[in-house]
Design a protein around this ligand. Structure first.
Ligand SMILES: [Fe+2]
Ligand SMILES: [Fe+2]
Length: 167
């Protein structure tokens, strides 16, 4: 059984993951409008991954006999000054999410909820990858400078891979 505090925090993270999807979908729209379909593809894949993260929280709360309660999702920004600015935002956002996951891990310890602590380890590892991949793409976008279209093919090759079925 989840404590009320833990349940509320997990539901909050479900919404945070869906906000991430919304943010990256907004970036996809920005890149589509800028005629960078490969960049837009990368963001669409990123958005799909974030939906699967949200669903992991949904499934986990349900599995623990908790109640999923969905709060409002904020509207994302719709414009960025440049492709590099968008990827700086991705990196800053992922660092923020890493902090949110860290807060949940701390709460799980305080609530003596080992199962939730274990569940969250997947997200601890995922955030290492998320920050690393955001840093790697940002570096390339900065290198490409005024010619972001040179990177468009590479970013267009990213394919969504659904995560393993277990939560
Ligand atoms: Fe996520
Ligand atoms: Fe993420």
């Amino acid at each position: 059984m989840l404590s009320d505090k833990m349940q509320e925090a997990l539901n909050g993270q479900l919404v945070a993951e869906l906000y991430s999807a919304y943010l990256y979908l907004s970036m996809a729209a920005y890149f589509d409008a800028a005629d960078l379909p490969g960049f837009a593809n990368w963001m669409r894949v990123q958005a799909q991954e974030e939906v699967t993260h949200g669903m992991k929280f949904y499934s986990y709360v349900y599995e623990r006999n908790g109640r999923v309660v969905l709060g409002p999702i904020d509207g994302p920004p719709t414009d960025w000054d440049s492709p590099a600015a968008a990827f700086e935002h991705v990196l800053a956002h992922e660092r923020k999410v890493t902090g949110l996951i860290g807060g949940l891990v701390k709460l799980a310890v305080e609530e003596k909820d080992q199962a939730t602590g274990y569940f969250l380890q997947w997200f601890v590892e995922e955030q290492v990858e998320e920050e690393e991949s955001a840093e790697a793409v940002l570096r390339k976008v900065v290198e490409a400078g005024a010619e972001p279209s040179a990177l468009d093919g590479e970013l267009g090759a990213r394919v969504f891979k659904p995560p393993a079925a277990s939560s």
